[in-house]
Design a protein around this ligand. Structure first.
Ligand SMILES: [Zn+2]
Length: 351
């Protein structure tokens, strides 16, 4: 049976005829990245319908990207499905309650961009803006590496930067401004390298591609124009001592941070994703060593540490989950904009 039939049948079953109209078939999950916008239709039980649409981002200027995003979202909403909500994952610091992107490392000219307000001109259903790593955490918790677990899931995305997200019993831990879970900017060494955030010795300065490459170049004195994570990992596998050291430091910094998080949060699951998680064998044993050395044993024993499962789709699947939660009033935050409360009551009245 096609997954969408399951959803529509569920709505129709046992309802009086007038109310048998579907409230919605799908949420649109969107992942806005530095190189592309990915969109897919996701049902309320986490089935991704059809293909993921990918719109390449070549020109990163604000007006261009926002124009592309608006067109892509409108297009996604105009299909034959009844769209209940839209969720957009965006890299950077997000004011979730206001739907504002405060700053984004991928889009340097973005400052306090009211992205929800801009998109909401064309979209009438609830629209939620979420940090991309928070969205990935929601996705992995829902149908990925954390599926079926209860309690706290810690997600760390190891990519160009280091992102983080915290989920408790299916709900994001957002903090007051929606900025909780910035795991990449936990201090590992107060005297460590300068981080883009202004602090020194953040996890990101060791465990992101940017950090790995900077450390590697500092030690080798080489300054190639481009050095990808795949290439750096290949050098480490071939025995390049500085490349091996960079990944060992990554494991050390990650282990120190995760040990702190184990002691702070007593999580049931830790999920490591992002492009650099592909270099798993080069850093994971060092990270595990640090966790064993530093975390409270009883808390560390119960935690399941896994590689992420959903790959580049985690963000859009999680953004769709956030959208479903917003549309049905089940998200765990007081920071819900007022207009949505009206939309919800209309939806309830219709259903
Ligand atoms: Zn930092």
């Amino acid at each position: 049976m096609a997954p969408w039939k399951k959803t529509t049948r569920k709505w129709a079953r046992g309802m009086p005829e007038r109310a048998s109209r579907r409230v919605s078939d799908v949420a649109i999950g969107v992942d806005l990245g530095g190189t592309g916008i990915r969109l897919a239709r996701v049902t309320a039980d986490g089935c991704v319908l059809g293909r993921t649409v990918v719109v390449p981002v070549v020109d990163r200027r604000k007006a261009v990207v926002l124009g592309q995003l608006r067109r892509a979202v409108v297009e996604a909403c105009s299909g034959s499905d009844v769209v209940g909500a839209v969720g957009v994952g965006v890299p950077g610091f997000i004011r979730r309650d206001r739907g504002v992107v405060v700053r984004s490392p991928n889009f340097p000219d973005w400052r306090n961009v009211p992205i929800r307000q801009i998109l909401q001109r064309d979209v009438v259903v609830p629209l939620v803006i979420e940090n991309d790593a928070n969205a990935a955490a929601l996705g992995e918790d829902w149908i990925g590496a954390g599926q079926g677990g209860r309690g706290i899931l810690v997600m760390v995305t190891l990519g160009t930067g280091v992102g983080g997200g915290l989920v408790n019993d299916g709900m994001l831990i957002t903090g007051r401004d929606g900025m909780a879970g910035e795991i990449g900017h936990q201090t590992v060494d107060p005297n460590g390298p300068l981080c883009a955030c202004g602090n020194t010795g953040c996890l990101e300065t060791y465990a992101s591609l940017t950090g790995l490459v900077a450390n590697y170049r500092r030690w080798t004195g080489r300054s190639e124009d481009e050095l990808s994570g795949v290439e750096l990992a290949a050098r480490a596998r071939r025995g390049d001592p500085e490349a091996r050291r960079a990944f060992a430091d990554m494991g050390w910094a990650l282990g120190v941070t995760l040990a702190n998080l184990v002691n702070l949060l007593n999580p049931s699951r830790i999920v490591l994703g992002g492009g650099l998680s592909g270099a798993w064998p080069l850093f994971i044993s060092r990270a595990m060593q640090e966790i064993e050395r530093r975390a409270i044993r009883a808390a560390a024993r119960g935690v399941r540490i896994r590689r992420a499962k959903l790959g580049p789709s985690a963000g859009l699947i999680g953004a769709a989950r956030a959208a479903w939660q917003a549309a049905t009033g089940t998200e765990n935050t007081s920071a819900v904009p007022r207009p949505w409360r009206r939309v919800r009551s209309t939806m309830r009245a219709a259903g």
